[in-house]
Design a protein around this ligand. Structure first.
Ligand code: COA
Length: 424
């Protein structure tokens, strides 16, 4: 049995943030019914296409294990079908622009009237406040949630990160809210609203930077490289390059081959308990007793010298050799792995974190499987649905519509162009 078996999700999500959340629920065993606009569907089906006329990787990699029904929810008959779906489902997940669901006629009050046990989970860009009506995409959230102002180098522009902390990060937050609300419902029998704002999700992930903002009022942030470089701090947390934040100084250092390989680097942490081992590995045993280097506090103003010397050593080996040598001595480090290297990684494939999925129109492709492993509910990744692939089966089996009701619906235009449907 799967953990969420028997839970039915009305998946009214699109693009990345919402689909990330419902994909996780599907991987945990929920029946996820994705409602899509007839003819077009989720806009990502056609975005960044690599193969003509096939669903894009953008869509296929975010919509595994779901079923798709096409439904025009602005059409009167379509609204009736949506009402039936609300009756039959446990959770509605949506990430439309603010107000879109209300404009469609499905306010929280109306949904509660239809199904008081329904959990309605929403992602918006911002919570209540001056920006609550704004449409928001990933990088807007990274910028407004504190990630961009604290990412990059001090003398450069604020930077956005490749990790989709605004979209996928908020999808994860919402997913936890949903399973928590489902758990509470087992005791109260009542639904509730679950809201996750992208700005809040990003700020939550930037928690340590708000910590540093407050520390700054009591003196310089000594683990930031700029302290050792004698550069004064301003009144807000600066960008810290690749410094690590946990009081265990770290840097990205060159390894053998860096001149030609953009990823021939390793993240090296000068963790205090293994300082002596570091000194031995890099051939600087005198630093074990030198008062300028022997203690973490003594090293803080000298991080450039420390990492410069370590880099002299890392440059003599490739990143995997460095990793092997350091790991044997419990010195924390991490090679900079390219997407190409990750795609070929045998252990990630063995655990199902990287999976190969077959698709009828695009053939086989690689995807990221479920990163959360449940021993009692293993994930089997299946392909994303074609647009409207399950419309008929959902109408007949989930909603119990008979032949004449399905025909009537087809003619109403609620499922798409009636002429096209008749020709199929
Ligand atoms: N049938 C009929 N109409 C449908 C429909 C369906 N099955 N599905 C959606 N629609 C309509 C909506 O009701 C809306 O109509 P309205 O504007 O008349 O109210 C319209 O399609 C467009 O929806 P919207 O959400 O505004 O899409 P958009 O492409 O303009 O904006 C976002 C996209 C992502 C910016 C916006 O949805 C948003 O801000 N979402 C919340 C934050 C978020 O999740 N952002 C990250 C996305 S990865």
């Amino acid at each position: 049995m799967k953990a969420l078996e028997g839970v039915r999700i009305l998946d009214f999500t699109h693009v990345q943030s919402g689909p990330t959340c419902t994909q996780l629920l599907a991987w945990f065993g929920a029946d996820v019914i994705k409602v899509e606009r007839p003819g077009v569907g989720d806009i990502t089906r056609g975005q960044l296409r690599d193969i003509p006329d096939a669903d894009s990787l953008y869509f296929t990699m975010l919509n595994h294990n779901k079923r798709s029904i096409t439904l025009n929810t602005k059409n009167e008959s379509g609204k009736k079908v949506l009402e039936e779906l609300i009756r039959k489902c446990d959770v509605m997940v949506e990430n439309f622009a603010p107000g879109a669901l209300d404009r469609m006629g499905f306010t929280w009050e109306r949904i509660q009237e239809i199904n008081p046990a329904m959990i309605v989970a929403s992602i918006k860009g911002f919570g209540p406040g001056p920006y609550q009506d704004c449409k928001v995409y990933e990088n807007v959230a990274q910028c407004t949630g504190g990630a961009a102002s604290t990412t990059g180098f001090r003398d450069g522009l604020p930077l956005v990160t490749g990790a989709q902390i605004g979209d996928s990060g908020t999808g994860l937050h919402l997913c936890l809210g949903i399973v928590t609300a489902l758990y509470q419902r087992t005791r109260t029998g009542e639904g509730q609203k679950v809201s996750a704002a992208m700005q809040d999700g990003v700020l939550n992930l930037c928690r340590v930077k708000l910590r540093d903002q407050q520390r700054l009022e009591h003196g310089p942030l000594k683990e930031y490289s700029q302290f050792g470089e004698g550069v004064e701090f301003g009144d807000s947390v600066p960008r810290a390059g690749n410094d690590s934040g946990g009081g265990q100084p770290g840097r990205i250092l060159k390894c053998k081959g860096w001149e030609n390989d953009p990823n021939a680097y390793i993240y090296f942490i000068t963790q205090a308990p293994v300082w002596e081992a570091i000194c031995d590995v890099i051939g600087a045993p005198e630093w074990k007793t030198d008062p300028d280097y022997a203690t973490p506090n003594a090293r803080l103003p000298r991080l450039n010298q420390v990492f410069g010397r370590i880099e002299d050593w890392t440059q003599t080996r490739d990143k995997f050799e460095v990793m092997e040598i350091l790991n044997a001595r419990d010195i924390p480090c991490g090679p900079i792995l390219s997407m190409k290297e990750l795609a070929a990684d045998a252990s990630l494939r063995a655990t199902g974190t990287i999976v190969e999925v077959d698709h009828p129109t695009r053939g086989s492709y690689l995807s990221v499987g479920n990163p959360i492993k449940l021993s009692g509910s293993p994930t089997e990744v299946t392909r994303s649905p074609l647009l409207g692939e399950h419309t008929d089966v959902i109408l007949r089996e989930v909603l119990q519509f008979d032949e004449s009701m399905v025909k009537e619906l087809q003619q109403s235009g609620a499922l798409g162009d009636p002429a096209k449907l008749a020709a199929e």
